[in-house]
Ligand binder design. Sequence first.
Ligand code: CA
Length: 422
Amino acid sequence: MIKANDPTRKSWVEVPADSDFPIQNLPFGVFRTQSNPTPRLCTAIGNNIVDLAVMNFMDLLDDVELDNEIYSNRYLNDLIALGKPKVRQLRDRLADLLDEKNDEAKDMAWHFLHPMDKVEMLMPLQVGDYTDFYSSLEHATNVGSMFRPDNPLLPNWKHLPVGYHGRASSIVVSGTPVVRPQGQTLPQGATQPVFGPTKLLDFELEMAFVVGKPNAMGTFVSVENAEDHIFGLMLFNDWSARDIQSWEYVPLGPFLAKNFASTVSPWVVTLDALEPFRVAGPVQDPQVLPYLQFQGAKNFDLKLEVEIASKTGANATVCHSNFKYMYWNMAQQLAHHTVNGCNMNIGDLCGSGTISGPTPDSFGSMLELTWRGSKPLKLSDGTERKFINDGDTVVMRGWGERNGIRIGFGEATGKVLPSANK
Ligand code: CA
């Protein structure tokens, strides 16, 4: 077992019962404070962040033997590049330092602990490339049946994890506002397109995995080795403009309907910390080709939810889903992505695709929840939502829970601002 994951551990830092960040999580992020605006690496415990640069400066991390600069980097990439054994060593050491049985760091805590609400969390990764999959059978069937009632799943869907190359430049950290995109749409019944702000702005509830080990161009990552190349996971909101999408997507797929913004959680939770939540995924029928066949449990039981909060304070939790519903798992996605010799780099992100479950309240987008706007949802003040309004904030949360230990991702939030030229 990974030492840091020991479920009997408790921290001398208070961890509220509903916290995403017990001592068994120890995710990684990048932050700064008003008094010290230099970005640096951190982890989380309870309602606090732990400044790793300061911990290191105080010689508390000497045993891990990392270059000092790693802790004051702008991004996590160089830490991730050291490889899983080294990062495991760091997580284990952090767990020891924060363990209630050890008081070597406790008296100095005021140097390195900051209340989470007093710091600014920054985009933690330098993302070179971003790919988005389409791997939930329920989502693909829902969307397919709206647009092609007689033929919802295309013939390739159960043979390969369908995906497309997205845009890394517009991936932003939780809390960054999102401007309503403008673009071309074809109004219903019209023969000519019009230009204007999207009327059908949507979220897509996803998880994204972070590539933690590169493969050289011309080589591939096998499905058995794939998890060794996956550093960790983040919450991911693939913001989508449905009216722009439906006009532009044939024949080459999503373009401007998707690349205006994607929101990630500030925390990368390591795959190590998620080990307790492994479960078997759905049975894959028909059998997949040998390069996609795998052994063992490769799905993860992580509860997911989406809340919409209006600018007047009305809100509603509109979706309860779970990462375990994915038809294609991450190992298969990475094996497929590289099978042609495509090289992946550290910090690359792969979105899961919208994670919809079997019940109508588990659908991971407004498109599905309101069935293209035909069944509006109600917020707490009685106002209706078919899609996302200006001034609304979309909040995604995710966590696993086993034996009273909850390992979570914090939040991925984004507030929608009116179109720039409106
Ligand atoms: Ca998506």
